[in-house]
Design a binder for this molecule. Structure first.
Ligand code: ZN
Ligand code: ZN
Length: 133
């Protein structure tokens, strides 16, 4: 429910008619509602409509490559880029649409990076064992 006397976040003189489903900002009847993002305020739907940032694409590319060609540095780069991008999105500095890529890049990067380190360690231990023989 809207509090008594609440006004629109964009149009200070207009009474609020709804709240944004994402940020909770008040919106009035004259605030445009994007049909692709129903229930969101103009600011949020504009941020959703922005294309994902270059960094989110780079992050998913590096992590994707690390997962397909098992290259450790790519996974680390993807994890770092993905992490930075998620932080930027949370601060409102990067388009929301990149969040899926950035999150996926972060986790794929962590998993492939971790796996590659584990494989390298096991390989090193096996090499040591066979060297002892
Ligand atoms: Zn909003
Ligand atoms: Zn308004």
């Amino acid at each position: 429910m809207l509090p008594e006397g609440a006004t629109c976040a964009v149009h200070a003189s207009a009474p609020a008619k709804r709240t944004c489903t994402r940020c909770g900002a008040f919106a009035c009847l004259s605030c445009p509602e994007n049909p692709f993002y129903p229930g969101m305020c103009p600011a949020c739907s504009a941020r959703m409509a922005q294309p994902a940032s270059l960094r989110s694409y780079l992050a998913i590319t590096f992590s994707g490559l690390s997962a397909t060609i098992y290259c450790l540095p790519f996974g680390i780069v993807g994890a770092i880029l993905g992490h930075l991008e998620v932080q930027a999105i949370d601060r409102g500095e990067a388009p929301l649409s990149g969040r899926g890529y950035a999150n996926a890049a972060r986790w794929i990067g962590v998993v492939t990076g971790g796996l590659t380190i584990a494989i390298a360690l096991i390989g090193g231990v096996l090499a040591l064992i066979s060297a002892v023989d």
